[in-house]
Design a binder for this molecule. Structure first.
Ligand SMILES: Nc1ncnc2c1ncn2[C@@H]1O[C@H](COP(=O)(O)OP(=O)(O)O)[C@@H](O)[C@H]1O
Ligand SMILES: [Mg+2]
Length: 248
């Protein structure tokens, strides 16, 4: 049996807004095993971001249990959670969240700065390896403002990989990219999946679910669908079938 990377038991998250309580998550239960590529979908307001913040240890549920790589997150202090987050989770955001005017290598080195066991030379080597793995071996010293959106997202994915996390959490990771570049990034996620990485990709774009191994759908803070995809489409085939950009 596969190892459980994520286990949620009846997770609820309420927000007090004036005299009203908003029930953003109304009892979410699921398990994600090592090596799954899960898309989480739902319309705006369905609870995707709240769920992702919970999974990413950025927010604490109102009730319920969350085990990340076997560790109960609920009982942790804020600083313990920050360390857990740094070691176990790689984040990829819609807007890349790179440091401006900073080189690709320096951006990717960043998560390792919080790890005293990793010295400067190893840090640099691991950052270079991660950038090579996402196809940016020839852009190591490029600064964020000298890169395209697709290149910046590759740097962000390298940064997410550099700590060898238990899970990669992506929030609308292709949301700012044109169709062709979106597929290029999707190809990369499928390669990571093929290597055995665990990926959770939150999106409102239903097309992306065709490329993942499992899809969870939220509505009004509930899971309304949780299905395994037995017919995973190839993002590289879809990419090859797209018309070329004018400037190619
Ligand atoms: N910090 C917050 N304070 C108050 N209400 C919130 C907060 N975050 C989310 N909500 C509410 O919770 C519900 C789910 O929001 P969210 O998780 O952002 O959904 P999605 O990402 O799917 O659009 C919405 O009704 C939203 O207004
Ligand atoms: Mg959202």
């Amino acid at each position: 049996m596969s190892k459980k990377v994520i286990e949620l038991q009846n997770i609820k998250r309420n927000f007090q807004v004036g005299d009203e309580i908003v029930h953003a998550l109304r009892g979410i239960t699921f398990t994600i095993n090592e090596g799954e590529f899960v898309t989480i979908m739902g319309t705006s307001g369905s609870g995707k971001s709240t769920l992702l913040n919970t999974l990413g240890c950025l927010d604490t549920p109102s009730s319920g249990e969350y085990y990340l790589d076997g560790i109960s997150v609920r009982t942790m202090s804020k600083s313990e959670r920050a360390i857990l987050r740094n070691r176990k989770i790689g984040f990829v955001f819609q807007n890349y969240n790179l440091l401006p005017k900073t080189t690709a290598v320096e951006n990717v080195e960043l998560p390792l700065m919080y790890n005293a066991k990793v010295g400067a030379a190893e840090r640099r080597n691991r950052a270079i390896e991660a950038l090579k793995a996402v196809g940016l071996g020839d852009r190591l010293e490029h600064k964020s403002n000298q890169m395209s959106g697709g290149q910046m997202q590759r740097v962000a994915i390298a940064r997410a990989l550099v700590n060898n996390p238990a899970v990669i959490l992506a929030d609308e990771a292709t949301g700012n990219l044109d169709t062709r570049t979106s597929f290029e990034i999707l190809v990369l996620f499928q390669e990571l999946h093929a290597e055995g990485r665990t990926i959770i990709f939150v999106t409102h774009n239903p097309d992306i679910a065709q490329y993942s191994s499992r899809n969870i759908r939220l509505r009004d803070g509930h899971v309304i669908e949780d299905t395994v995809n037995n017919n995973i489409l190839s993002a590289s085939e879809a990419l090859a079938a797209l018309p070329k950009n004018d400037d190619d």
